[in-house]
Design a protein around this ligand. Structure first.
Ligand SMILES: NC(=O)c1ccc[n+]([C@@H]2O[C@H](COP(=O)([O-])OP(=O)(O)OC[C@H]3O[C@@H](n4cnc5c(N)ncnc54)[C@H](OP(=O)(O)O)[C@@H]3O)[C@@H](O)[C@H]2O)c1
Length: 319
């Protein structure tokens, strides 16, 4: 089979498209023909091995999986004799933020893996684009107990996390204010937030509005900047560590303050998949797709994603 492989950490130049042996499923495993994956910001961490601490999960001193790839959508090609939940021919999608090597034509995973069937009305590309951003977004919502009626600002609504967060928050009935650049105002408005702020023409912290939650989904702002737009009792959270890694220690130092920082650690991918599968089927969540690249151009896809300029998700097509 064809796969994007590397044997050390580094930039896209360490990746090669190679012919490697197609894996054979064990008794408890599925063989999946991967049709689409994404190149996402988690994959960038997997490729570069950054931050360094990530290597304790994905392989030290070298990558555990030769292939990159954290999410996938495809068709079950074969099953081991103890597999009961899936059949050959099932359309499935899944995600593993510690890398599952899905930038390849075939993948074997145990049936207990974070994987589920794709709703009939959803294409495999849409399914591949669904889990990564939604997993992080759903964890912020779930772990901070955001609920209907809460006022939530999503800063960086054009990212994979931000564009998923806007839709998931709208679904639970929150009052969402989304912040994005001028050229994507119409796109972000189409995701259904109550209000869109163009950060290029308007200071998103001006205007006097206050929020129960501010989610900095691209990690480009800070608690210091956002504190004044939090209501008393309000929470700030970011998808990044922040200036000087402050988002790691601010949850402790603001613990008894009126306005606090939280840094929820994303867990339970199976719960996310169960949640988003129903939303996808009902049309309440439509992952935003930006560019599509063939597997052979994976290096270009990584360069683009690592630029921090993608809108939503970047698809890798695996023929
Ligand atoms: N905590 C975790 O476990 C975890 C997991 C995955 C990703 N992440 C991190 O989360 C962040 C977001 O990832 P993502 O994949 O959702 O999105 P992304 O690819 O980083 O988002 C890119 C989008 O953000 C916008 N953006 C960039 N700078 C901005 C700014 N100053 N203000 C507002 N928008 C800005 C860009 O458009 P414009 O610049 O044109 O506005 C672009 O559309 C990344 O830093 C990633 O490393 C964290």
């Amino acid at each position: 089979m064809k796969a994007a492989i590397r044997n050390r950490y580094g930039g896209p130049e360490v990746l090669r498209i190679s012919e490697v042996e197609t894996p054979v499923p064990k008794d408890n495993q599925l063989l999946i023909r991967v049709h689409a994956a994404t190149v996402n910001r988690t994959d960038c961490g997997v490729l570069w091995g950054k931050p360094f601490v990530f290597r304790f999960f994905i392989g030290l001193p070298k990558p555990r999986h030769a292939s990159t790839g954290t999410d996938f959508a495809g068709v079950v090609e074969a099953i081991g004799k103890r597999v009961t939940r899936f059949q050959p021919g099932d359309r499935v999608f899944g995600f593993n933020d510690n890398n599952c090597g899905s930038h390849a034509q075939y993948l074997v995973v145990p049936e207990t893996y974070p994987i589920t069937t794709v709703p009939d009305n959803i294409s495999l590309e849409e399914a591949a684009a669904a889990p990564e951003g939604a997993h992080y977004a759903y964890n912020y919502i779930r772990k901070t107990k955001m609920k209907a009626g809460d006022h939530v600002m999503v800063y960086g609504a054009t990212g994979a996390i931000g564009s998923a967060a806007v839709q998931l928050l709208k679904h639970i009935g929150a009052n969402v204010t989304a912040v994005c650049n001028s050229k994507n105002v119409a796109l972000i408005r189409s995701l259904g937030p109550g209000r869109v702020i163009d950060y290029e023409t308007e200071d998103f912290t001006a205007g006097g509005e206050q929020y129960d939650f501010v989610l900095d989904a691209v990690g480009k702002s800070s608690f210091g900047v956002c504190k004044k737009i939090l209501k008393p009792g309000g929470l700030y959270m970011s998808s990044e560590l922040g200036p000087g890694n402050e988002n790691l220690y601010l949850p402790f130092t603001t613990r008894f303050a009126s306005k606090r920082v939280v840094f929820p650690v994303p867990t339970d991918i199976k719960a996310t998949l169960t949640f988003i599968k129903d939303l996808l089927a009902a049309g309440h969540f439509k992952p935003v797709i930006d560019r599509r690249y063939p597997l052979e151009q994976i290096a270009d896809a990584f360069h683009y994603v690592n630029s921090g300029q993608k809108i939503g998700n970047v698809i890798l097509r695996i023929e």
